[in-house]
Design a protein around this ligand. Sequence first.
Ligand code: PAF
Length: 286
Amino acid sequence: MILVRTVAAVRDVVRSARAEGRRVGLVPTMGAFHRGHVSLMSRAREECGFVVVSLFVNPAQFNEAADLARYPRDEGGDAALAGNAGVDVLFAPDASEVYPAGFATTVEVTGITEPLEGAVRGTAHFRGVATVVAKLFNMVQPDAAYFGQKDAQQALMIRRMAKDLDFPIEVVVCPTVREDDGLAMSSRNALLDADSRRRATALSRALRAVERTVAAGEREAASALASGRAELAAEGIEAEYFAAVSVDTLQPVDRIESETLIALAARLGAARLIDNVIVRPPGATR
Ligand code: PAF
C-alpha cells in the first residue's frame, strides 16, 4: 500500500490503474479505523481491482469545535489496518490540500438533510459532508464509493448528490457492523468510558425492540417506538431523536406500513452516538 497526500499524486496512481483496466473503488473515511471501516474496504476489495481509502478529518462537517478536537486520530494504526485489508492507496491530504486559500464553494443537498442529524447538528454539518465528498469524488474519480448504513442519512444524501450532480459513480451502502453486544461500530465509541460503554448497548436493544414490536404486528409508529424508549429509559438515556421515518424522504410516519427507517441519536458521556435499523412489516413488499 502506498500513502499519498496530494490530489496530483492520487490522480496519477488512479490514472495508471484505470489504464490497466482496473475498476477503482473509493472508501471515504475520517480515520480511527474499526471493523466497520474494514468491512467497507473488504467490500471495495471484492468489487474493484484498485482500492483507494481517503483519510481526512473534515473540519467543515463538525458543528462543535470540541468534537473536532477530541475526534480520535491514529494515522499510523490506520495505515497498518488499511494495508492488511488489501487497500492499494491511502490518500491522506492535509487541510490545505482540500481547502486551499480562497476556497469559497459549498455543495448543499436540501430536504433530506433537514430532519434528524440536520435538526440537531444544523444543516452546515451536511453541507460540510456533501462538499468534501463531492471534492473526494472529483479528486479520486472512482467507479464506486463505499459508505456505511450506520450513517443512513449521510448515505441517502450522498446517493442524492451523486444523482443530482451526475457523478458517474456507483454509491454502495454497506450493512452496519456491530460489536458482539450489539453496539454499532463507530470511531466515537473510543470516547466512551466504561459505564457509558455498558449503557450504550441500550441503543441497539431499543432498535431491536422496535423491530420485534413491528414483527409482532404493531403498525402505530408511536407504540412501536415506545417499546424501544423503555430500553433507553432503563439506562437513563434520553434520545436526541428516536424516530420512525420514510426511508426515501426521512419525514416522520404515523404508521409503519412499508419499509421504515428507525433512527436514533443519543449522547453518552463524551460521545454522541447514532444508530438505525430498517423495519419492514410482515407482508409488506417494500
Ligand atoms: O462518514 C464519514 O466518515 C465522513 O462523514 C465522510 C463521508 C468521510 C466525509 O468526511
